[in-house]
Design a protein around this ligand. Structure first.
Ligand SMILES: [Fe+2]
Length: 212
């Protein structure tokens, strides 16, 4: 996915940024592979089991608007998950995530910058909004998973993560909302979340309903 963004980027500056981000994401993946190896898990076996990114995220990542929405939406959802592990009770994980989050701040800064660039042109912005309507519901479902469950409860209980999924999703959406209000971007209608089977807590629905 991050390699494709280099080809799709419309300017030399964006191509160089995309290449730098791709290198950083590869380094982040390397850190996770090391954590797997420490636990006796073969990262190649994990990788072989994973579906292709485009299939997992239900995306055509073949145009700049898709990449821009991805960077604003999906990449930041990952960051909010990583924020949880920064304070994880599993110390090797916590230590590996600090530098990752520094890089991810740069990625999100670029995502917001591109949102503002799209917002300067009415037709481009309409396209951004359309792609965002399709991408956010899948992101909420895929990046955060079910808002409740025994696995979540266990992770919070033993301190692997520090907040419930409901809290993490809401923090992600509220951060996003600040940038959305600035340019007039709307959340997708609730029917779009229901259509993909994204489970939402009442507090999450309230945030979404506040800007539709
Ligand atoms: Fe990133």
């Amino acid at each position: 996915m991050f390699g494709r963004s280099i080809g799709c980027a419309p300017t030399l500056r964006e191509k160089l940024l995309a290449a730098a981000f791709a290198e950083e994401e590869a380094e982040h993946s390397g850190r996770l592979c090391k954590l797997f190896e420490d636990l006796g898990v073969d990262p190649e076996a994990v990788f072989r089991e994973r579906p292709p990114a485009a299939q997992f995220w239900s995306l055509d990542l073949d145009s700049w608007v898709h990449i821009a929405v991805f960077n604003f939406t999906v990449d930041r959802a990952g960051s909010h998950q990583i924020m949880e592990y920064r304070d994880s009770s599993y110390l090797p994980w916590a230590e590996a995530m600090g530098a990752v989050l520094e890089d991810e701040e740069g990625h999100y800064g670029n995502g917001v910058e591109n949102l503002r660039a799209f917002a300067r042109d009415k037709a481009f912005f309409a396209e951004f909004q359309k792609v965002y309507f399709g991408m956010l519901p899948i992101t909420v479902k895929r990046a955060f998973g079910r808002p409740t469950g025994a696995d979540n409860d266990y992770c919070v209980k033993v301190g692997l993560k520090r907040h419930t999924t409901e809290q993490v999703v809401n923090r992600y959406l509220e951060e996003m909302l600040g940038y959305m209000r600035e340019v007039g971007l709307k959340f997708p209608p609730m029917t779009a979340f229901d259509a993909v089977g994204a489970e939402l807590m009442p507090s999450t629905r309230a945030i979404l309903a506040s800007n539709q």
